[in-house]
Design a protein around this ligand. Sequence first.
Ligand code: V47
Ligand code: SF4
Length: 367
Amino acid sequence: MKISFIDKKLKGIYSKVLKNSRLCKEDGIYIYETRDLIGLGQIANTVRRKRHGNKAFYIYNQHLNYTNVCKNRCEFCAYAKDEGDFGAYAWSIEEIKKRLLERIDEPVNELHIVGGLNEDLSFEYFIDLLKTVKKVRPKATIKAFTCVEIDYLSNLAGLTIEKTIQQLKEAGLEMMPGGGAEVLNSRIHETLFPKKIDHNRWLKIVKAVHKAGIKTNATMLYGHIETIEERVDHLITLRDLQDETCGFSAFIPLAFHSENTQLSHLPPTTAIDDLKNIAAARLMLDNFDHIKAYWVMIGEKLAQVALSFGADDLDGTIIEERITHTAGATSAKGLTKIQMEKMIIQAGFAPVERDSFYNAINAPINT
Ligand code: V47
Ligand code: SF4
C-alpha cells in the first residue's frame, strides 16, 4: 500500500517493514520521535493486518487479586498495602471459591490471578489456590503469577525456580501474565522498585518458565521516569529473548496511572504516547504474534483507535480490575461480551472471542 508520509523519514522504516527487515534501535527511537502519528499508525496497521487481517481478539476472563499486602512497595504502585493498614486484605481459599461461584454461570475462559508478596501466605496456600480454582472451573485456563511471585514462591518453598514452576504446573498453572518487568533497566529498578527482583532475575525466571513449556506475556510500564531509549532497549531485550525461547504470547504496553502513588506529581500519559507505544511494540516486536491494547489503562475509546495502530487484542471482559483503578483509572471495572464486541465492530474490525492460547471460541453472544 502506498502511504503519503508527512514525515519523509518514516519512508525508510516503511520500506524495511515491507521487506520484513528487522528494525534497529535508531528506528525504534525514531518511532517515538516522529510527529507524523498517522503515517506511523499506517505502517503499524500494515503489519497488524498482514498478521491478523480484520480480526480483533478478546477473551471472557475474570481477575482474582488474592491479596494487596505486599512487602515490595514499589513507588508506582497504589494497590499495595502493609499488613494492618486500612483496606489491607488476603482472601482465604474459601473466599476465592465464593468469588468463582458468584460467576459460575458466566462463560469465563481464563482466570487471571496475581497478588502482592504477602508474608502471611504459605507455599501450600498457592498450591491449594490453584487446585481449588481448577476444581471449581475445570475448563478455564489458569493464567497466574508474575515472575516476581515465582521468585518469591521459590524462596518461600526453599525450592529451585525449576522445581517451583513444576509444582505450580502440577497444581494447575497453565500460563503466566506479563507483569513485573516494568522497564528492564537497572537505573529505573534502583529508583522505583529497588525491593523487587531486577531485570536480570526477571529474564532468568521467564526463560525457565518458557523452558518448562509455559507461555507468558510481557509488558512495559511507561509514562513515569523512563527515557525513550530505555523503552526501546526494553523492547529489543524482549525481542532477543523471544528469538531464543519463542515463549511470549502477547506484549502489553501499560500506561502509568499516578494517583495514590508516590509519583502522584506525574501527569497521565497522552493519547499520542499511548498510540506510539502500541505502534512501537507492533513494529519492533516482529517475533511477537499479539499486541494488546489494555482498555483498562488507556480507556475504551482509545483502545478502539489502537486497533488501527498495531493492536490486535483488547484483553478481556475482566470485571473487578483493582490494580489500575486504585491508581485512578476511570475506565469501566469490567465489560460485557456485547460491549466488547460492539467496541470492536464500531472500530471497523471483526471480533473473535478467544481462549488463552488464541484459539477462536464460537460462543453465542448471550451475556
Ligand atoms: O506489573 C502497577 C502495573 C502490572 C500501576 O499479561 C501499574 O495479559 C499502571 O501485568 N499504573 C500488573 N500500571 C498488570 C499486568 C497485566 C495486565 C493485563 C493483562 C496482562 C497480561 C498483564 O500493572 C504490574 C505493573 O507493571 N502497574 N501499578 C499503576 N499505578
Ligand atoms: Fe507489590 Fe506488585 Fe505493587 Fe510492586 S507492583 S508493590 S510487587 S503489588
